[in-house]
Each structure stands twice: as C-alpha cells, then as structure tokens.
Ligand binder design. Structure first.
Ligand SMILES: NC(=O)C1=CN([C@@H]2O[C@H](COP(=O)(O)OP(=O)(O)OC[C@H]3O[C@@H](n4cnc5c(N)ncnc54)[C@H](O)[C@@H]3O)[C@@H](O)[C@H]2O)C=CC1
Ligand SMILES: O=C(O)[C@@H]1CCC=N1
Length: 266
C-alpha cells in the first residue's frame, strides 16, 4: 500500500517536493501525494502528474501518514491551529521545512506526543537532485521513514539540531548562491564572445562537471583546481584576479550574514 503524504503549503518548496515525488518511478509506486494551498489554481497543473491538489488542509491531514509543513515561518501558527484537531500522534509523522523554526516550537503548537522531524531540502527536489539535511531526533523509526522519503528526492544527511540553521544557508539558500555564480559566469561569457544561451549552457554544464568531480571521488576542490591551473596560464590569471576582488571572501561573508538573518526571520 502507498504511503500517504500531505504537503501543506504548495509554494516554491512544496511544489518542488511534489514534483520530485511525482517524477520518481519508485516514489510514484510508494507515495501517494496530496498538496494544499489556499488558492489552488496556481498549482492545479500538478494534478497531471497524479498529485491531489486541494485547499482542504484538514482532509489532507486526515488521509495522510507523513505531514509536511511547508508554509512560511510566519504562517505556521495559523496552519497548525487549523489542523490541530485532525492530528493524531499514533498516525502522523510531522515534518517541518521551515527555516528558523525549531521542533520544540512545532511541538508547542501541536501539543506533545508527535514525532516532529525538521528537514532542510532545496528546490532541486523538483528534479530529484536535492540536498536534504534531516535533524537527528530520538524518534528513530520516524527518522528512517523521513530519510527514505527524501532519498527519493536526492541526497540526505542526518545532522545535529544545532546545525539545522547552518544547513539552511549552505544547502537551501545555496541554490540561489550557486545560480548567481552561474549567471555572472554567463555574463562574462557573453563579454568574451558567446550568445547568452550558449554562455549559460557552458557555465551551467561546467558547474555540474565541477560538482561531479567532487561528488564522484574523495577529491578536494584545490586538488582539482591545481589540475586546471597551467603554469603562467589563463586560469590562474583569472582566478587570482577574482580573489583580488574578494570572490572567496564575498561568499564566506554572504553565508555568515545569511546565517545571522535566520534568527530574525520570524
Ligand atoms: N524556497 C526554498 O528554497 C526553501 C524554503 N524552505 C522553507 O520552506 C517554507 C516554504 O518556503 P517557500 O515555498 O519558499 O514559501 P512560499 O511562500 O513560496 O510557499 C508557502 C505557500 O504556503 C501557502 N500557504 C500559506 N498558508 C497556508 C495554509 N494555511 N494552508 C495552505 N497553504 C498555505 C502559501 O499560499 C504559499 O503558496 C518556508 O518556511 C521556508 O523557510 C526551506 C528550504 C528551501
Ligand atoms: O530564504 C529563505 O528564507 C528560505 C529558507 C531557505 C531558502 N529559502
């Protein structure tokens, strides 16, 4: 029998999760997905992929085993108040994607007794290439079910609670950070002669190749960089100019500011 999943909050992340679950052959045989949003017309296209789309949070919760909260941090209190009477600790595993919202805060809203697992996926879930960090909790059976679900959407890593905010910045916000790099590289590519589409293809595929060099081996970025930087060559010239202008420093500072901002989100 399929495991019923309710995604409450069909926004950018919620729809990415639903799209990824619909796309995976394994997942479509294992998970039955319902997604909610107050105005469903923006996400009715998901029905073509076999996903149930509704504005009825209570019915979605009632039918589900895995309940994913994916609204904005300021919207969670109202949402939980709406579905509280439909939540059952014997039946539901509660999964929270919300940045800066702790499991304890969710428990305060739902009442105790529920396994609450915080997760931090990213929008690459839509194409089953997400990185999802999953908070380690004492609820081991529930955690295993959550790991299994997110493994269908990409890679997973179970981490200590205190690292959830750091994972938000590096993994979830990271999609935007890396895409801005690709955008900038494409613009540079246009400066040196390519049409925009060609420049984007070259930049994006090169970023994918650079990532794969690390993910497919135990290699370190500097080791791979050394292989590209021919002595007196153009790579080291460009790389050093980028560093003189603060490339690494800008990235590190941006990640730190992003991390500090999480505390102030709600
Ligand atoms: N966007 C991202 O890349 C990531 C977001 N997150 C977290 O996931 C959560 C959602 O983020 P986004 O999808 O970007 O926000 P969003 O604003 O795009 O989506 C939230 C959706 O929830 C809907 N909603 C609000 N109240 C509702 C209710 N009572 N019932 C049903 N639907 C309701 C809204 O209409 C909206 O479509 C946030 O808490 C964010 O911190 C986590 C990781 C990545
Ligand atoms: O920008 C944000 O606050 C959310 C959390 C991680 C990605 N987007």
């Amino acid at each position: 029998m399929k495991t019923k999943v309710a995604i409450l909050g069909g926004g950018n992340l919620g729809t990415a999760l639903a799209e990824g679950l619909a796309r995976t052959d394994d997942a479509s045989s294992k998970y039955d997905v319902t997604i909610t949003r107050r105005n469903t017309k923006h996400i009715s296209y998901l029905e073509d992929s076999g996903i149930t789309v509704t504005s009825d949070n209570a019915a979605a919760v009632d039918a589900a085993h895995l309940v994913i909260f994916s609204v904005q941090p300021t919207q969670i209190e109202a949402l939980i108040n709406e579905v509280k009477s439909d939540l059952d600790p014997q039946k539901h595993i509660l999964i929270s994607t919300m940045a800066g919202v702790t499991g304890e805060e969710i428990t305060e809203l739902t009442g105790s007794g529920f396994p609450v697992i915080r997760v931090m996926p990213n929008t690459a879930a839509a194409i089953n290439q997400a990185m999802t960090c999953i908070e380690q909790t004492p609820h081991k059976e529930a955690e295993q079910e959550v790991v299994e679900l997110f493994e269908t959407l990409g890679k997973t890593l179970v981490i200590n609670s205190e690292l959830m905010e750091a994972s938000t910045v590096l993994g979830a916000c990271g999609i935007a950070f890396f895409l801005r790099y690709i955008r900038a590289a494409s613009q540079g590519g246009i400066e040196v002669g390519f049409h925009a589409e060609e420049a984007q293809l070259i930049a994006a595929q090169t970023a994918l190749g650079a990532s794969a060099l690390l993910l497919n081996s135990d290699s370190h970025p500097e080791h791979e960089i050394d292989k590209v930087t021919t002595p007196k060559g153009c790579t080291i010239a460009g790389l050093n100019e980028m560093e003189h202008n603060g490339l690494s420093s800008a990235l590190i500072k941006g990640i730190k500011i992003s991390y500090e901002k999480i505390e102030k989100i709600r």
